[in-house]
Design a protein around this ligand. Structure first.
Ligand code: DGL
Length: 267
């Protein structure tokens, strides 16, 4: 039986998912968060589906041990390859949320005709976004493009150098496959950090959608529906990583928008 005062577990391959954690933290200030960044296995975007699933099972075990009422897969690569398997694995022990379905639902209320998608090789190669758009958004074209360099580029902090960022973005976004899109989905939880630069590239002629606020709202609606919204404010959050370096701690600040203390959990 799930209780409202149990924490929400959130995980990603590393610290990129902190963009989603931050949106949840802002949207649901009375919820307690347990974040797990699998920094020992970063990046997921270049791993096989089997390996990504194996990592996801282990993290789910950890988050269930922490008594989480809900688990948010704050990673597009893991949402693409591990959501269905994980749903079966955890059963009704906790609610399970991926970062893809809320975006597809949000697209239904829009009038876009050509949806661009950028993400890791794992996310784009899984064709999950493409298949869901084909199945749920009749007549809408999906235009996918893998942008494998971007996540590590962002994590290294290079995006703070505008001239290099514009070059890297031009290389990827000028691909003809993305011609004529009217919206671009930032299908990697790292990409909100370069949203401004992508907006500049398109000179605001293309709308941008990322998973952060849309997923946070979805989590709120789901918890409300299940009568699991926490009413008691205790501000207890934990941020675990499977490998620790001081550079992760600095980067974490960038993604969560405030300083947090990372704790090491090797499993
Ligand atoms: N944050 C991950 C995602 O949303 C990408 C980083 C990685 O490749 O591990 O797909």
């Amino acid at each position: 039986m799930k209780e409202a005062n149990q924490p929400i577990g959130i995980f990603d391959s590393g610290i990129g998912g902190l963009t989603v954690a931050n949106a949840i933290y802002n949207q649901l200030p009375t919820e307690n968060i347990i974040y797990f960044g699998d920094t020992a296995h970063l990046p997921y975007g270049d791993k096989s589906p089997e390996t990504i699933r194996e990592y996801a099972y282990n993290i789910a075990d950890f988050l269930l041990e922490q008594n989480c009422k809900a688990i948010v897969i704050a990673c597009n690569s893991a949402s693409s390859h591990a959501y269905e398997a994980l749903k079966e694995y955890i059963g009704d022990q906790a609610l399970l949320i991926n970062v893809i379905d809320p975006i597809i639902t949000a697209l239904k209320s829009k009038k876009y005709s050509n949806v661009g998608i950028i993400g890791t090789r794992a996310t784009i190669g899984s064709e999950v976004y493409q298949n869901k758009i084909a199945a749920e958004l009749k007549g809408v074209k999906a235009s996918p493009k893998a942008t494998p360099l971007l996540a590590s580029y962002i994590e290294e902090g290079f995006f703070k150098k505008p001239e290099i960022t514009q070059l890297v973005l031009k290389e990827y976004l000028s691909d003809p496959v993305l011609n004529d899109i009217d919206v671009l989905i930032l299908a990697c939880t790292h990409y909100p950090l370069i949203k401004k630069e992508i907006d500049q590239y398109y000179d605001k002629k293309v709308d941008l959608m990322d998973n952060t606020k849309i997923v946070a709202k979805y989590v709120q609606e789901l918890l409300a529906k299940e009568e699991l919204l926490n009413k008691v404010y205790s501000d207890t959050h934990h941020f675990y990583v499977s490998d620790y370096t001081s550079s992760f701690e600095q980067t974490a600040k960038m993604f969560f928008k405030q300083k947090i203390k990372l704790e090491l959990f090797k499993g």
